[in-house]
Design a protein around this ligand. Structure first.
Ligand SMILES: Cc1cc2nc3c(=O)[nH]c(=O)nc-3n(C[C@H](O)[C@H](O)[C@H](O)COP(=O)(O)O)c2cc1C
Length: 161
């Protein structure tokens, strides 16, 4: 029984979370969709697929959205888990549910918010201005390690069913 973790990431937070999650699961492979699209992996080799994305300007990662839409029929046959990294905790689940295709959200056995991270020096000029307008001036690391652990535990239980 193998698990595939797919993610998109612009500045590395979702990537970090994907690998933290991988370390808590048995037999899991990780692929960065934002670097490897179209992905060469065969979904037939996996019975569980976990998909993670950051949110920018209210939208999920483009490569993630594209992959989910293009492979919706195959994904619906899998045990699905979805996770999101974003700076607005109160909007996290709403952004997850509106960002991923509806049918995938309905199929998902576990959905979670893993927190967020950003470093001002990594951002481009416009992104820095946006962050300043939002009152954000310093680097922040709010990755929710407990949420990643809970997700892995819940998914392992669900996956056993
Ligand atoms: C320019 C910019 C726009 C962002 N827009 C949103 C947003 O609309 N909603 C949100 O919840 N978080 C937003 N964030 C926070 C990111 O989603 C968060 O930093 C996330 O951890 C980034 O993940 P990544 O490093 O994997 O790309 C934004 C961050 C930046 C820098």
């Amino acid at each position: 029984m193998r698990t595939l973790i797919l993610y998109g990431s612009k500045y590395g937070c979702t990537a970090k979370c994907a690998y933290l999650l991988r370390d808590k699961l048995e037999n899991a492979d990780v692929i960065d969709l934002s670097q490897n699209y179209p992905v060469s992996v065969s979904l037939e080799d996996y019975n569980a697929v976990l998909i993670g994305t950051p949110v920018y300007a209210g939208k999920i990662n483009k490569a993630v959205a594209k992959f989910c839409t293009a492979n919706l029929d195959k994904l619906k046959e899998k045990k699905i888990g979805l996770f999101v990294c974003c700076g607005l905790p109160e909007k996290a689940m709403e952004q997850l549910e509106t960002g991923f295709p509806k049918q995938l959200v309905q199929t998902a056995r576990v959905k979670a918010y893993f927190g967020y991270q950003y470093e001002m020096e990594q951002l481009n000029f416009f992104e820095r201005i946006i962050m300043r307008l939002l009152g954000k001036h310093r680097n922040e690391n709010e990755i929710r390690h407990a949420a990643i652990e809970d997700f892995a535990r819940s998914f392992a239980q669900e996956n056993g069913k």
